[in-house]
Design a protein around this ligand. Structure first.
Ligand code: FE2
Length: 332
């Protein structure tokens, strides 16, 4: 089965083509909306970017995968969670194409798409998951049925306020940095050497970052910037490791996958691997192209949903829907 998947939940419009028979990702082009320096994403402006780039990225995905519309068996799209105006562009594009070419239309959740991409590339079977992105930071497990690892997902722990990616974005704006926020803060953190104690909040397997953000923001100009980035990142990652370790011991899992945009951070991965190693568990992630938002993971999950639910995975194009606040533990 060959599935074309469309991602548009936030700043990325991506289109992937996954072939489940060959177990291969055939294409994964994307266009990325960059907000102006010092500003967050404006949903309506990001959606305009997606509308402008949709045709070109879809064309690139078909060309790179050497697919005609006859070769595509189904079309999946990220139906949430995300920014309403952005979701609408991807959902409408997918519904239009499914109607025009008479293909099954499969709405999927963005979170399990990241998880499945990491599981696919790591070769892990039944892992504990640390999902770390801009708006989402959760420790969770899925349900293994045969080859499928899917819902119901159980959220064991999560952020009590902001996502860890948003922590880095917001702090980068405090420093007046350009977009690419998280990665710039990470680069500065690599240069920093002196740790300054910052607020650390872990409650069981939950954690919080807004107190850390407020405190660190007030230290801008008073503590050397690289040292402040280093202290912020060390504190936030330590929170994730402590909560994940508790979840690992509770679940007795032997595998841990880390996925989502912040899983591109090698410092976090080194810490998580060291933590897992203490308990004889393996820890892995996927390539950066799948941890950043992308259409490939949406195509991959579309194929898995067809395996899991058969025809019931698909909806009629005129019944297209999206949900801005769709929680991962509400997926059926
Ligand atoms: Fe994401």
């Amino acid at each position: 089965m060959r599935v074309l998947g469309i991602e548009s939940t936030a700043h990325t419009f991506g289109v992937g083509v996954f072939d489940s028979t060959a177990d291969a990702m055939l294409a994964n082009p994307k266009a990325f909306y960059k907000s102006p320096a010092g500003q967050g994403i404006v949903p309506i402006v990001a959606a305009e970017h997606h509308r402008e780039h949709a045709q070109e990225i879809i064309r690139q995905a078909l060309e790179q995968s050497k697919s005609s519309w006859q070769d595509i068996d189904a079309i999946s799209y990220a139906a949430g969670p995300g920014l309403g105006p952005c979701l609408q562009i991807g959902a409408s594009s997918a519904a239009f194409l499914a109607g025009l070419h008479h293909k099954p239309l499969i709405p999927v959740h963005h979170g399990p798409a990241h998880i499945e991409a990491a599981r696919w590339q790591s070769g892990f079977d039944d892992p504990l998951v640390l999902y770390v992105s801009g708006g989402n930071t959760q420790i969770l497990t899925g349900t293994k049925k045969g080859k499928i690892y899917g819902p119901p997902f159980t959220v064991l722990g999560e952020t009590l306020d902001i996502g860890i990616g948003n922590l880095f974005d917001a702090f980068a704006r405090e420093l007046g940095l350009e977009f690419a926020h998280g990665s710039v803060v990470a680069k500065m953190a690599m240069v920093g050497k002196n740790y300054h104690e910052l607020p650390y909040t872990v409650k069981g397997m939950n954690f919080a970052f807004s107190g850390l953000l407020t405190y660190a923001s007030k230290r801008v100009g008073k503590i050397e910037a690289n040292d402040l980035c280093y202290s912020l990142m060390e504190t936030a990652f330590a929170e994730l490791c402590e909560a994940s370790e508790r979840a690992l011991l509770m679940t007795n899992k032997e595998e841990v996958v880390v996925c989502g945009g912040v899983a591109q951070n090698t410092v976090l991965m080194d810490k998580m691997k060291a933590m897992a190693g203490l308990h004889n568990a393996k820890c892995s992630t996927c390539e950066n192209q799948y941890n950043a938002d992308n259409g490939g993971m949406i195509a991959l999950l579309g194929a898995r949903e067809m395996e899991r639910k058969g025809k019931e995975a698909a909806i009629l194009p005129e019944k297209m829907w999206y949900e801005q606040k769709w929680r991962i533990d509400q997926i059926v």
